[in-house]
Ligand binder design. Structure first.
Ligand code: GLN
Length: 253
């Protein structure tokens, strides 16, 4: 009698253990696949996003990775044209857009923005010793910009659409400046610094053209993700993680 009770309990234990294996998926299949966080960017904007080999790296890519980690999600970066980021986010093609993107009143009509994580400054790149020595010399000159960026918007407003030549990215605008097709380029200061460092004979005008806030954009209806990202961002700013990423890419002057 005692023996059969023992055998029975062994069998019972085995059934429980096996049952648990089946239920808990004791096989190699990944049990909890991470949800993907898709970020749209335009990887022509050093040091915020650019290619290192096949990989998109930079301040935005790394801060986004830290955010994804906090949310328990897997980050996927899509490199698209700057002016398709907002439409793609609105259409739900991407969960968020992060591209050194400035918060503007007009963009706020289409998307929501996270808290700001960085400051951008619009500056003017010119040829050293060329015809533009200060902001006052720009009127009537040819201005190169990256399409749909704030540089494009401000320059078109202030100096007239006819004086603004739009390029697909900053690098092409800078090429045009070197070749004399435009007289200056209005662009964000950090990419400006890296373009000037890479190209002999170019300088950035002393006077800053405009100061702005960078933030991450979301579809209007996706306030849940926006709030989660804001919470993560607050923690990452408070514990110095964002600053560490910035310092890695931008050396203090
Ligand atoms: N900060 C500028 C804007 O938001 C440029 C961004 C970019 O070219 N990636 O328009």
């Amino acid at each position: 009698m005692k023996k059969s009770v023992k055998i029975l309990s062994v069998i019972l234990a085995l059934v429980i253990v096996l049952g648990c294996f089946a239920a808990c998926g004791g096989s190699e299949e990944p049990k909890d696949e991470k949800k993907v966080l898709t970020m749209a960017t335009n990887a022509e904007f050093p040091p915020y996003e650019f290619y290192e080999g096949e990989t998109v790296v930079g301040i935005d890519a790394e801060v986004a990775a830290l955010i994804a980690e906090k949310l328990g999600m897997e980050l996927k970066i899509e490199d698209v044209a700057f002016d398709s980021i907002i439409p793609g986010v609105q259409a739900g093609k991407y969960d968020m857009g992060m591209a050194g993107m400035t918060v503007t009143e007009d963009r706020l009509k289409d998307v929501n923005f996270s808290d700001s994580y960085a400051t951008g400054v619009q500056v003017v790149i010119v040829k050293e010793g060329g015809s533009i020595a200060s902001l006052d010399d720009i009127a009537g000159k040819k201005i190169g910009v990256q399409t749909s960026t704030t540089g494009d918007i401000y320059a078109s407003d202030e100096f007239g659409e006819e004086n603004v030549i739009k390029y697909e990215n900053g690098a092409l605008a800078v090429e045009a400046l070197k070749n004399g097709k435009v007289d200056c380029v209005i662009i964000d200061n950090e990419p400006a610094k890296s373009y000037v460092a890479a190209n002999e004979g170019l300088v950035i005008l002393e006077t800053e053209y405009a100061i702005e806030d960078y933030a991450i954009c979301f579809a209007k209806e996706n306030t849940e993700l926006q709030e989660q990202v804001n919470t993560a961002l607050k923690e990452l700013i408070a514990d110095g993680s964002v600053q560490r990423v910035v310092d890695k890419y931008i050396s203090a002057e």
